[in-house]
Design a protein around this ligand. Structure first.
Ligand SMILES: [Zn+2]
Length: 148
């Protein structure tokens, strides 16, 4: 039987820091926004109230289409707590087209499709209504450039 990495992984419900409220508000709408440092002119990850490069707090939140590429991944087959019943699942590093690298789960993915270089798109999942919407990625099939 072929392995399949299903959606519906556990989601957390931590307190939301006021500095990251714009990220979570967008996630509630199913939209991915990235913190963007105005002096550096670049986005960064993860969301926080200051730029990890220059330490500044002159930030805005820029919309992302959520598209990216799998850089590397690991299939987790043993886990504890709420995750114990979710194995096997995939933890990956995804570099968004906007240039930031995100650690996240890949879901809704047959094992045979999982690969470095796989094109993925952001989705938000939550297991319980009171949980936060967690950023995850699903495989996408994109048309070849120039195809009609
Ligand atoms: Zn900066």
């Amino acid at each position: 039987m072929s392995e399949y990495y299903a959606a519906g992984l556990p989601t957390p419900s931590p307190e939301v820091d006021p500095e990251t409220r714009p990220y979570w508000d967008a996630a509630e709408r199913g939209e991915l926004v990235l913190p963007h440092c105005e002096p550096c002119g670049r986005p960064f990850w993860y969301p926080r109230g200051f730029c990890p490069r220059c330490g500044g707090d002159d930030l805005r939140w820029s919309a992302s289409d959520g598209r990216g590429t799998v850089d590397t991944y690991s299939v987790v087959r043993r886990a504890g707590g709420a995750w114990a019943s979710a194995v096997p699942f995939v933890l990956a590093l995804v570099t968004l087209d906007a240039g930031v690298t995100v650690q996240a789960n890949i879901v809704d993915c047959p094992a045979g499709d999982l690969a470095v270089g796989l094109r993925v798109a952001a989705v938000f999942e939550r297991a319980e209504p009171e949980d936060l919407p967690v950023l995850r990625f699903v495989p996408v099939r994109e048309p070849e450039a120039g195809a009609s």
